[in-house]
Ligand binder design. Structure first.
Ligand SMILES: [Zn+2]
Ligand SMILES: [Zn+2]
Length: 283
């Protein structure tokens, strides 16, 4: 599998030279496996991905086809969708999977449509001429796309969130952003099971432990639905993951802070990197 981070920032996008090394776009992750293309989340990073896919489609004379998986419908995971260029091309085919909201009724399509409504946005979802097939996905669901298998599992987050495990021809990854681990020194066993033995475990690591506990820089972040990096490292170890990448970097953390978190996390789990908007990686 070839994978690429197009957005690694949590909560809200950041910009400026102090964020240039890791990147300031909110969550978007691309997976290419054979003829399948998966996109996890449509944070602001999806704009750059869309530009790449539109350019490829023009050069190759082939329409864009992709499966989009949404972890949840918080703003930082959907706000790039109105700027996803291929959605405005009539030949584009998109299958979009997202969880139902807490009311059990509101769908991904409802939320994307509501986002693209005046006065907050001038162009409606129906003005995108691409073909969009919406599907509901939830805890325990398994999705088979050719040789690629996706498993969804609930994570601990306000309004809920889904973690995804992707297996393809003996390689595997687990994408678990926007999740809060149980108490200090405990492992989220269900998440460790989802990530069991994966080649790449991508995990929320928004805070330092001191921030999470409220010892520095404001109140305790307990209950906010995100994790200190020590919890990500602990879960990677419990899962037997080969590599760990930390994501959902806090918007208050400039490159120096993210690099320090990466250094400290590597003491706990040596095969660890902080996710960055860079070139594709092979899994
Ligand atoms: Zn988020
Ligand atoms: Zn969230």
């Amino acid at each position: 599998m070839r994978v690429r981070f197009w957005g690694v920032r949590g909560s809200i996008a950041t910009s400026g030279p102090e964020f240039a090394r890791f990147g300031g776009n909110t969550t978007c992750f691309e997976i290419e496996a054979g003829d399948q293309r998966l996109i996890i989340d449509a944070g602001t990073g999806i704009r750059g991905l869309g530009d790449k896919l539109s350019a490829q489609a023009r050069l190759l004379g082939r329409d864009v086809q992709a499966t989009m998986l949404f972890t949840h419908l918080h703003w930082d995971h959907i706000q790039g969708f109105p700027f996803f260029g291929p959605a405005y091309l009539p030949g584009t085919q998109l299958d979009l999977y997202g969880p139902l909201e807490e009311d059990g009724v509101t769908t991904l399509e409802d939320v994307l449509a509501a986002q693209m409504t005046p006065p907050t946005f001038p162009v409606g979802l129906e003005a995108m001429p691409s073909t969009k097939r919406f599907h509901v996905i939830g805890d325990g669901d398994v999705l088979a796309l050719g040789d690629l298998v996706v498993r969804a599992q609930s994570l601990s987050h306000p309004q809920g969130s889904l973690g995804y495990r992707v297996d393809y021809q003996g390689r595997s990854l687990c994408f678990a952003t926007d999740t809060e681990h149980p108490g200090k020194d405990e492992v989220d066993e269900a998440l460790a099971d989802l990530a069991r033995g994966v080649d790449l475990f991508i995990c929320d690591a928004q805070y330092t432990e001191a921030e999470y506990e409220g010892r520095v820089a404001g109140p305790s972040r307990k209950g906010w639905g995100h994790s200190p990096y020590v919890a990500a490292a602990r879960t990677a170890k419990a899962a037997g993951a080969r590599r760990l990448m930390l994501t959902h970097h806090d918007p208050n953390h400039d490159d120096g802070v993210v690099a320090a978190i990466e250094r400290e996390a590597r003491v706990l789990f040596p095969a660890c990197r902080a996710a960055a908007e860079t070139r594709p990686l092979t899994v």
